[in-house]
Design a protein around this ligand. Structure first.
Ligand code: SAH
Ligand code: MG
Length: 198
């Protein structure tokens, strides 16, 4: 059975590589799964399911945890559904196929994990922060964006990339200035922030 889970996960990872789907890197996943165990997280909202990898890893790490995850790409959403069924996690992982910025939820979560369009982090944060319980956490992935965030802007020749990097920097400033949260920045994986609601 355990063997089976490992091979399913290996297959999900290789599907992601083959289809160029940007799933979380190993260090990032270790951080996230350790976090949900350590803080006894029970209800997660994830923005950006892709093919369900990070949602599955959190669910497997903590058997008391439920996840609602939003994905706007239909093919990825369908692949995620398949993967979640294969791992028998349908009872704990709920998928929503929609643009997260068009989704309104009434449930409360103790963790919101933002891992979708990197230029829209402020929008995701503001749209869902009312769904966060007191003392809950908002975790955001790809804050370093493959090292580009620390680079001199003049070195980034692509206009689109430069504008994305600017938006990530704006998000970093937004987090630092936000007095309702205490944000810690981690260099783990592709850069992760943990914002604790005070
Ligand atoms: N969390 C996943 C990886 C997500 S990749 C993992 O680590 O396994 C980012 C995903 O966010 C992509 O599949 C993309 O389609 C999705 N996405 C981007 N903008 C979105 C939006 N506005 N609403 C919902 N999903 C979005
Ligand atoms: Mg990511």
């Amino acid at each position: 059975m355990v063997d089976n889970i490992y091979s399913e996960i290996r297959e999900i990872k290789s599907y992601a590589i083959d289809h160029k789907i940007p799933i979380m890197v190993d260090d990032g996943i270790d951080f996230l799964t350790t976090f949900v165990i350590k803080h006894q997280i029970k209800n997660v909202l994830e923005i950006g399911t892709a093919i369900g990898y990070s949602a599955i890893m959190m669910a497997l790490a903590n058997p008391n945890l439920k996840i609602t995850s939003i994905e706007k790409d239909e093919q990825r959403y369908l692949e995620a559904l398949k993967n979640i069924k294969r791992l028998n996690l349908e009872n704990r992982v709920t998928l929503i196929f929609n643009d997260a910025l068009d989704v309104t939820l009434h449930d409360k979560f103790d963790l919101i994990f933002i891992d979708a369009a990197k230029g829209k982090n402020i929008k995701f944060f503001e749209r869902f922060e009312n769904n966060l319980l007191n003392k809950g956490y908002i975790i955001t992935d790809n804050i370093d964006f493959h090292g580009y965030v620390d680079k001199d802007e003049k070195e980034i020749t692509s206009h689109n990339l430069r504008s994305l990097v600017r938006k990530i920097k704006q998000y970093i400033t937004f987090l630092k200035e936000n007095q309702n949260y205490k944000t810690t920045f981690y260099k783990t994986g592709d850069g992760i922030t943990v914002s604790e609601k005070l």
